[in-house]
Design a protein around this ligand. Structure first.
Ligand SMILES: [Zn+2]
Length: 208
């Protein structure tokens, strides 16, 4: 696989390519290292894009011009995003679900999140800022089984009241009925990410 790719490098969140013409393309809302462009010598015309863990991999023919790459890559990313938006729960649904989980398993916690957003996060599954009651959920959980998503939502929602991972926090989290199954899913996901080296570290991968 590695021999089939040529190597190029672009700075993060800047123009795709050299920026030497009028067709400048920026990719708003893309986090560092999220997009990987592979140039494949085996590929003649076809272009494909798919999600791998927290990354979007766009595979293009090796001979494609930089100008074509600049137009095609954002299109493919938009397609993947649209597809995922249709498949994954909306942020409104996440808010409702977090409230339901608190009512079910931690009724003594009356705090509610003010917002829950999907976020491209590869190092964490979720985060909670208790000061402004905002929660972010890793977009690696888009398409995850509901017990795994619920578990992360519940974990972050508990942080609205218990800020650290002390015994009180753990006691509440343990009320989630599928805790060990959810833990196993998340661990398995992380193990698979480590095992199947992300293309970004392979020669020939262009990380945007
Ligand atoms: Zn936590």
């Amino acid at each position: 696989m590695t021999l089939n790719h040529s190597i190029t490098h672009s700075p993060i969140n800047q123009q795709l390519g050299d920026g030497d013409d009028a067709g400048e393309v920026t990719l708003p809302g893309i986090s560092e290292g999220e997009i990987v462009v592979l140039r494949s010598k085996r590929r003649k015309k076809s272009i494909s894009a798919y999600r791998q863990g927290g990354r979007i991999i766009v595979s293009i023919p090796a001979r494609m011009s930089k100008a074509d790459e600049r137009s095609v890559v954002p299109e493919m990313i938009a397609k993947i995003r649209a597809q995922e938006a249709g498949e994954s729960p909306s942020e409104t649904v996440l808010m409702q679900r977090a409230s339901e989980l608190l009512e079910l398993y931690a009724p003594e916690i009356t705090a509610r999140p003010k917002s829950i957003n999907w976020r491209a996060m590869r190092e964490r599954w979720g985060s909670c800022t208790s000061v402004d009651a905002t929660i972010r959920i890793s977009d690696r959980l888009k398409g995850a089984p509901s017990y795994a998503l619920d578990y992360v939502l519940f974990h972050e929602a508990i942080h609205l009241h218990h800020f650290d991972h002390g015994p009180e926090f753990k006691a509440v989290l343990a009320r989630f009925p599928e805790e060990s199954r959810a833990e196993a899913y998340l661990e398995g996901f992380e193990a698979a990410e480590r095992r199947y080296m992300p293309p970004a570290v392979l020669p020939g991968a262009e990380v945007l």
